[in-house]
Design a protein around this ligand. Sequence first.
Ligand SMILES: [Zn+2]
Ligand SMILES: [Zn+2]
Length: 211
Amino acid sequence: MAREVQVRCRCGEVIGLVSNASPQKVNRVVCYCDDCQAFAHQLGRADLLNAQGGSDIVQVAPASLTFIKGRNRIAGLRLSPKGLFRWHTTCCNTPVGNTLGPAIPFVGLTAQTFEGGTRTVDAVFGAPLGAILGKYAVGPAPAGSTGINLTLLLRAITKVLGWRLRGRAWPHPFFHLKTREPIYPLKVLPQEQREALRPLCGPKPALRAQA
Ligand SMILES: [Zn+2]
Ligand SMILES: [Zn+2]
């Protein structure tokens, strides 16, 4: 049965609600890509990565996520001019949603930001369906995480198309309906700063993270 669960930043200034919370309404995937790793390091939140640099991500429909507190503490970062919009809080640098533009509607939420953490997420959404982009994992790639996972890919495409068709793209928690412009302040990481993050990330980090 679908229910409502809270997401909150580490310090509690920013709170959101996810409606329609059930395994059928989301994709939960562990992403090992170097961009997700770099973003966590940029935020100083390597604590959110698993031992091999993976991010446990729950993708929900934009209309399922509403922020009910602390909207003035949300900002966005792109790791490159065309990169994902990676939204985070400015109070405690907690990621609160990865998105593309509103034309490809989804919001990727870090599992640990759900109230009750991964235990809640396991109970409400079920275990991750799989892992992707394991070639960037720190150390050996986790089983089944490399190459193209057609099942996961098709499921993601089906979900996003379904959200689009069924009107779940709007209201979008990060974009204005009329202008399609971001609601929150947005920065693009300068290229030299992006490059400086690479030694922290897989597959062979040259530097150790300062957690
Ligand atoms: Zn906070
Ligand atoms: Zn990723």
